[in-house]
Design a protein around this ligand. Structure first.
Ligand code: NAP
Length: 252
């Protein structure tokens, strides 16, 4: 009997974990990466890299590759690809689930945590309360923080930003996961007085939150948008695998 053929929309650690489980289970597994990072950590199984060309391109790809089920395991702030995936699966008639790291809302916060709706609001809050913020919002969102050009900012990104940063900012190129002790040293060593982050969630980059709490440093956190999903949502790869195994290879 033909096995289930799956597409994992990836670019995240949970996506790589799911790909590994799927391969071990013998599912025909393709992971898709956007191609934003020059030396990506590659998942097990087949990998394709680059945009599909919107909903139409993704629908065509799903049909051409006879995919039976899709798991959207992209980052919670990768909103466009998630919208496209829901629309393409509806068009082709395929089941889709999402795999997303648990929100940091699940952690015990404090009165020093400021949840904000978007990056513009994060910039306003940081401007109000900080002279030496640490920006961990991803390079694509740095433009929203231009109002902080008048002060020191420590900016940590995986890939170099496309344009120049203000002279008063310090750029740190690195990729998680991060350890608590290292984060403590980084924040204290730069006299950081505010951590700015988005609610990426999960364990891989949570050490900065614990370090800021330990040092009494306020945290500005950008809320996730409502998840774009028409199917089940999982917060761990094992449950997503069980769902995939339950899908019929004849669907679609
Ligand atoms: P996005 O704004 O939601 O997507 C923009 C376009 O990039 C999509 O329309 C699609 O192009 C392409 N794309 C995005 N993810 C793709 C994937 N996994 N495979 C193939 N094409 C993809 O995405 P983003 O926020 O730039 O994130 C890009 C990738 O980086 C995602 O895979 C995400 O998991 C990963 N990532 C993002 C963040 C973040 O903070 N946003 C953090 C860590 C990792 P077409 O329309 O041409 O198909």
């Amino acid at each position: 009997m033909e096995g289930v053929s799956v597409l994992i929309l990836g670019g995240t650690a949970p996506a790589r974990a799911l790909a590994k489980l799927c391969v071990a289970e013998g599912l025909a597994t393709t992971s898709s990466l956007a191609g934003r990072v020059s030396h990506p950590k590659l998942p097990e199984g087949d990998v394709r890299i680059g945009g599909f060309g919107g909903v139409e391109g993704l629908s065509g790809w799903l049909r051409q590759h006879r995919i039976h089920a899709v798991v959207d395991a992209t980052h919670p702030f990768a909103e466009q690809i998630s919208r496209n995936a829901v629309a393409a699966c509806a068009e082709v008639g395929l089941p889709i689930a999402s795999l997303v790291r648990p929100s940091w809302h699940d952690l015990e916060g404090s009165e020093r945590w400021h949840w904000v709706a978007d990056h513009a609001a994060a910039a306003s809050k940081a401007a109000e309360i900080a002279q030496r913020p640490f920006l961990t919002v991803g390079r694509q969102r740095l433009k929203a923080f231009e109002s902080l050009a008048d002060r020191f900012c420590l900016v940590r990104v995986v890939e170099p930003p496309s344009g120049p940063l203000p002279e008063s900012w310090e750029l740190l190129l690195s990729r998680g996961p991060y350890e608590f002790e290292d984060e403590l040293e980084l924040l204290a060593g730069h006299a950081i007085d505010c951590l700015v982050t988005k609610d990426s969630g999960g364990e891989m980059t949570v050490a900065k939150i614990h370090a800021a709490d330990q040092l009494g440093v306020p945290i500005v956190i950008v809320e996730r948008a409502q998840p774009e999903t028409s199917g089940p949502q999982f917060d761990n790869p094992e449950d997503a695998l069980e769902w995939l195994k339950s899908q019929s290879p004849t669907e679609g």
